[in-house]
Design a protein around this ligand. Structure first.
Ligand SMILES: [Zn+2]
Length: 464
């Protein structure tokens, strides 16, 4: 049904689009902030004050509970761990440091059979939410969680990400993200839609161009969101264009809490000047398996009571602080799809020294490597990130890569499984047309997509 509405959406007037988004927002407000939300929020705030030892004990208990639940209820882990000779006793006495005895969970396994990761006892009784994402690895993912787990995720962000930034998810906010709120064919503003219920402005990530900057500014200054969220790189591009045009916001918001891409010091400076507020980095995942938040001292703290992050070498063994490795996540707050040692696809480095903020219970990621990605530049000068969103919800695409050869010429490499054919190709072409208008798109079926020298997958590559 949602897709039918989405198909209709471009053809109704702006006020009707705003109304539709507001009604959608009303339903989602309850999903996010209803139920036991307040209880979860209080718990995340409380645990933040615990010392490292007490929090460690809590995390250990949650880990063992999660592992036993996964073994008993999740078909994938029951089979995989049984094959590896893991017993209930091993899981009952598992420690965080001992996790390397368990095999890792490749993203591809989740991609191929998301249903085999769903806990059977949860699937039977709970309303499950599906999220589709094309993560930074370019591998489209179906993520699943319960309403309550989704509230815990928002509560963790409210306590830590929004709280540390001095703002709240309940304040008027704006979002620049992947949802196509403004149809591509629209070449004049407004480039946003408004949710009256939540006082939330959704901006198009696909119309950021020098000619449109003043229209974006008008909307920000009119709706006056207190906190900006969404794609870090889109905010940076917009801020850069604002500087070129010589405009800034005419008020001072609380903060920007930005994710999806790495927020570099240079990006922060440019964003601060244009938006007149500080940008904080948030590192999360649609799989609901981990969260990390920038504190006032600029360190990215992991939240082990939400999900355990490991950084490991090629053999799956932990690397010491200061050494780069692959990031693995173990979800402690998603009983519907409890991913264990999940290969999120990013590289990271633990910090060698504690953060001056004193939150020594929450370890610091010195760096998450390689989340900077190429920007697609449209023939009309618009700049777009996260362009691999065109692969979302295409179950026959195992991996996809977008290569821009010229402003109007693209090559799409697809590792497809059986069933990938003309219908999927047509969808990809249609999504290019929605975002960019008439451009040339050559789709190539390939057996694999080569990694960069550091082993990093690049979802979008621009050659000019
Ligand atoms: Zn800190």
């Amino acid at each position: 049904m949602a897709s039918k509405l989405e198909q209709l959406y471009p053809y109704v007037p702006v006020f009707a689009q705003n109304l539709g988004i507001s009604l959608f927002g009303l339903a989602w407000r309850h999903e996010r902030l209803g139920g036991r939300f307040e209880e979860h929020l209080a718990a995340f705030r409380e645990r933040e004050r615990w010392g490292a030892e007490r929090l460690g004990d809590h995390v250990l208990g949650e880990l063992q509970r999660t592992l036993l639940h996964a073994f008993a209820q999740v078909p994938f882990y029951r089979r995989r761990w049984a094959e590896a000779g893991i017993s209930v006793g091993d899981l009952q006495s598992m420690t965080v440091g001992g996790l390397s005895r368990l095999p890792t969970t490749p993203k591809q396994d989740l991609r191929l059979a998301p249903e085999s990761f769903v806990a059977q006892n949860v699937a039977d009784r709970e309303k499950l939410h599906l999220y589709y994402s094309s993560g930074s690895t370019g591998t489209p993912i179906t993520a699943i969680c319960t309403s309550d787990a989704h509230r815990r995720y928002i509560a963790a962000r409210e306590a830590r990400s929004f709280g540390w930034a001095g703002t709240s998810v309940r304040k008027p906010r704006s979002m620049i993200g992947g949802r196509m709120v403004v149809p591509r064919g629209v070449s004049r503003g407004p480039f946003h839609r408004y949710n009256w219920i939540e006082k939330q402005v959704y901006f198009s990530a696909y119309h950021i161009a020098p000619a449109n900057v003043r229209e974006y500014m008008r909307a920000f200054n009119h709706h006056r969101p207190r906190v900006m969220t969404g794609y870090a790189y889109s905010h940076y591009i917009l801020a850069r264009m604002m500087a070129e045009v010589g405009v800034t916001l005419d008020y001072e918001p609380d903060a920007l809490v930005l994710g999806s891409e790495k927020l570099t010091p240079e990006m922060k400076v440019v964003i601060r000047q244009a938006f007149r507020a500080r940008a904080y980095e948030e590192y999360g995942a649609v799989e609901n398996c981990m969260l990390a938040t920038e504190c006032e001292h600029g360190s990215l703290h992991a939240h082990p009571d939400f999900g355990i992050i490991e950084i490991v070498d090629a053999q799956g063994q932990p690397v010491p602080p200061g050494v780069e490795g692959r990031i693995l996540c173990t979800a402690l707050q998603n009983e519907a799809q409890p991913l264990v040692r999940y290969e999120i696809g990013d590289l990271g480095v633990w910090a060698e020294s504690p953060c001056p903020c004193g939150r020594n219970n929450l370890p610091v990621l010195k760096e998450v490597v390689g989340r900077l990605e190429d920007v697609v530049v449209g023939p009309d000068g618009r700049q777009m990130v996260r362009f691999h969103g065109i692969f979302v919800d295409l179950p026959h695409v195992l991996e996809g890569q977008v290569i821009q050869e010229a402003p109007d010429r693209f090559i799409v490499k697809v590792v497809g499984r059986d069933g990938f054919g003309p219908a999927q190709e047509a969808t990809i072409r249609q999504r290019f047309a929605q975002r960019l208008g008439p451009v040339s798109v050559e789709i190539q079926r390939v057996p694999e997509i080569p990694r960069s020298a550091r082993g990093k997958f690049r979802a979008v590559v621009r050659h000019f």
